[in-house]
Design a binder for this molecule. Structure first.
Ligand SMILES: Nc1ncnc2c1ncn2[C@@H]1O[C@H](COP(=O)(O)OP(=O)(O)OP(=O)(O)O)[C@@H](O)[C@H]1O
Ligand SMILES: CC(=O)N[C@H]1[C@@H]2OC[C@@H](O2)[C@@H](O)[C@@H]1O[C@H](C)C(=O)O
Length: 374
């Protein structure tokens, strides 16, 4: 039996809605046994600080700089994660000593792949000290140091999961994570990987709805349901250079901005942005080695009925089907946290986290910094 580790993964994503945590037993290759998972929401106050952190991070030139509120925010973010881990272990009766490693993503506050600069705040040493568990963190930097985009990193995990889906999904299969930003992972019949960010996911919808109603998102796509797609507005987004260029690159929150208030009604804006999120996936999928036959959807955007309906209609037009990861026995909410547990084990073993076909790095590279707990 190859060396199996018990790992906890922690993800705080671009939606900044909270911390996802998951337990995985894995050898960092094709053995994956998924355990419990949970989500811990941020308070409105902490979420407001994270938003200010994104603003302050614009002043960063060297990746260790922490201008504005970022130093204290990084400490508090890390302590939030430590509490999430300690509560999780208690809730599930898991012995701390039984956890070999924590994979800690932290919070992306700046991502400029064309400048080779990506910053995720999160103090791995402090997390290791607060939990008594070794931590792998800062997992994107080495990919960028080797010419990569620093994202997406989940494809390695998707490849491990894909083996179990062959009977249930018509190939070629593509994993779609509809988070704040959406990303695709194509797994070829021969196991070949191709991956990239596919465009805005929920982030424009969240910002649009929050600006009009104060709500954090369009729950179940209810607002969009009463709106119509504004073709001109949709066309403006889908003609963005990100879609028209041939070079795939990873995105940051600031790469797309929501419409100005008043351009369209609240409902039409929500419906149009949901359509754009879906259309972006199909548009980006045209750069994959083969047109997918099955889209396996994870991430919070799969709960927005307007996104899913548009995606199903567009995919059907290309004789492809759309299924939720959950319908295949996976967990569409915890997949990214699971991935960070998996990637942490790969990091411990010096295995690649990224490949030229997933981030554009020059050679397959591992990554991550290990903070020991003693
Ligand atoms: N019930 C729901 N109805 C509609 N949308 C929802 C619902 N629940 C969550 N969402 C959407 O999902 C988002 C959170 O999704 P998720 O946690 O996958 O994003 P993330 O991991 O932060 O993003 P990324 O993968 O880009 O880092 C919310 O901001 C919201 O837009
Ligand atoms: C820089 C950064 O944090 N990118 C995120 C973001 O959120 C989704 C998409 O853009 C993806 O490329 C990435 O996260 C996922 C978890 C990844 O690296 O696989």
């Amino acid at each position: 039996m190859t060396d199996i580790k018990q790992a906890i993964g922690l993800m705080s994503g671009t939606s900044m809605d909270g911390i996802d945590i998951a337990l995985v037993r894995t050898d960092g290759r094709f053995f994956v046994e998924r355990g419990p998972s949970a989500s811990v929401s941020y308070s409105d106050g902490f979420r407001a600080r994270l938003k200010q952190g994104l603003v302050d991070a614009r002043a960063i030139r060297l990746r260790d700089e922490r201008p504005g509120i970022l130093a204290l925010l990084e400490r508090d973010l890390t302590l939030h994660h430590a509490i999430a881990v300690n509560d999780f272990l208690h809730m599930h009766g898991i012995e701390r000593d039984g956890i070999d490693i924590i994979g800690f993503h932290g919070q992306t506050v700046l991502h400029r792949p064309n400048e080779g600069l990506t910053v995720q705040i999160g103090d791995g040493r402090l997390l290791a000290a607060e939990t008594g568990i070794p931590v792998v963190y800062d997992m994107r930097a080495n990919d960028m140091a080797h010419g990569g985009q620093g994202a997406p990193l989940i494809p390695a995990y998707h490849a491990a999961l894909a083996a179990g889906l062959a009977e249930q999904c018509e190939a070629p299969v593509v994993f779609v994570n509809i988070g704040g930003i959406s990303n695709l992972t194509y797994v070829g019949a021969d196991g070949a990987l191709a991956a990239f960010d596919s465009g805005p996911g929920n982030m424009l919808i969240d910002q649009w709805v929050e600006a009009h109603t104060g709500a954090a998102f369009d729950a179940d796509g209810e607002i969009a349901a009463s709106g119509a797609v504004d073709e001109a507005l949709a066309g403006r987004y889908l003609s963005h250079a990100f879609f028209t260029g041939n070079i795939r690159r990873s995105l940051d929150r600031g790469d797309f901005v929501p419409p100005e208030k008043g351009e369209v009604s609240l409902a039409d804006g929500a419906r149009t942005l949901a359509f754009v999120s879906a259309a972006a996936i199909l548009k980006s999928a045209s750069h994959l080695p083969q047109r997918p036959k099955t889209y396996v959807v994870s991430g919070g955007g799969r709960k927005n009925a307007a996104i899913m309906r548009a995606l199903e209609e567009l995919a059907a037009g290309q004789r492809a089907s759309v299924v939720s990861a959950d319908s295949l026995g996976l967990d569409g909410d915890s997949m990214e946290a699971e991935a960070w547990a998996y990637l942490a084990v790969r990091s411990l073993k010096g295995l690649p986290l990224t490949w030229p076909t997933t981030t554009g790095c020059n050679v397959p590279v591992s990554g991550g910094v290990l903070a020991r707990s003693e």
